[in-house]
Design a binder for this molecule. Structure first.
Ligand code: ATP
Ligand code: MG
Length: 258
């Protein structure tokens, strides 16, 4: 995907281009592009202000910042749970604001989502929870089982495939959620505080799993308050404060180091 700003915006003719405050970035192979994004909730709250963010394919990005900084809002924009009030949100080459109602599910399937509270169906087994994600999108029955088995093996849950969530540890529940996020072969995993309900040791296991998935080529964006993990791993860190990106650093720490 390429977003190229015209050399002379006015010459392109469209009023949209002319009104832009900044030229669009030149981006190849980006999974996510946020260009000049603003999000104002209906109550007037400005959750994001002039956010520019490019996430290339294969990146592993920590999204950090105090509570209320706008981390979850960025994630909601990516899955079109919310629409930006200004600017452009591009996922896998698609401007999400321009998707037709029919296109939305297909673009959502390119993203796997992992939440802090797992969001598993309590009466379904591990296997059924993961299979359900495929069933609701109309996947052919004969294809479901092999795909489910493959992702359960990947996250190390084959031996508890027939357990229901209350028979699992917190770490196993989060692995189930990660398996469910992976089952559509997404390009991007967004994990919103995936270790928020887990103890430190289990948190590390979950992070290691996300790193392994990233090594398999899946782009990962993870919002977290876990300073130790962020600082130890020295990955890309995007720090938000009051809706603005105040730092975007490769090999960064949780806190600014200068
Ligand atoms: N639906 C909404 N309506 C109004 N304001 C909202 C809504 N959702 C979020 N906000 C506000 O937008 C701001 C950003 O919220 P967001 O949930 O993105 O923060 P966050 O960085 O994820 O915080 P946390 O670390 O606590 O999860 C906050 O001030 C929040 O109160
Ligand atoms: Mg949040």
């Amino acid at each position: 995907m390429t977003l190229v700003a015209p050399a002379n915006p006015a010459r392109r003719g469209g009023r949209r281009w002319f009104r832009r405050r900044r030229p669009a970035p030149i981006v190849d192979q980006a999974v996510v592009v946020l260009h000049d994004v603003t999000k104002r909730y209906p109550n007037g709250k400005m959750a994001l202000v002039d956010v520019d963010l490019v996430i290339p394919k294969g990146d592993f990005v920590f999204l950090v910042g105090p509570s209320g900084a706008g981390k979850s809002t960025i994630m909601r924009l990516l899955i079109r749970d919310e629409l930006a009030t200004g600017g452009q949100v591009v996922v896998d080459g698609q401007d999400v604001a321009r998707l037709s109602r029919r296109q939305i599910p297909r673009v959502r399937r390119t993203i796997g989502i992992v939440f802090q509270d797992f969001k598993l169906l309590p009466t379904k087994t591990v296997q059924e929870n993961v299979a359900f994600a495929l069933e609701v999108t109309g996947t052919q029955h004969r294809l479901i089982r092999p795909q489910v088995d493959r992702v359960l093996a990947l996250v190390g849950l084959s031996s508890v495939a027939n357990h229901v969530p209350r028979q699992l540890s917190g770490g196993e529940q989060q692995r189930t959620a990660i398996a469910r996020a992976l089952v559509h072969d997404p390009k991007l995993i967004i994990a919103d505080e995936p270790t928020g309900n887990l103890d430190p040791l289990i948190s590390w296991e979950i992070i290691q799993l996300l790193l392994r998935i990233n090594e398999l080529g899946v782009t990962v964006m993870m919002a977290t308050h876990d300073a130790d993990v962020v600082t130890a791993l020295r990955r890309r860190v995007v720090a938000l404060e009051e809706g603005r990106i105040i730092r975007d650093e490769i090999g960064g720490a949780y806190h600014r180091e200068d």
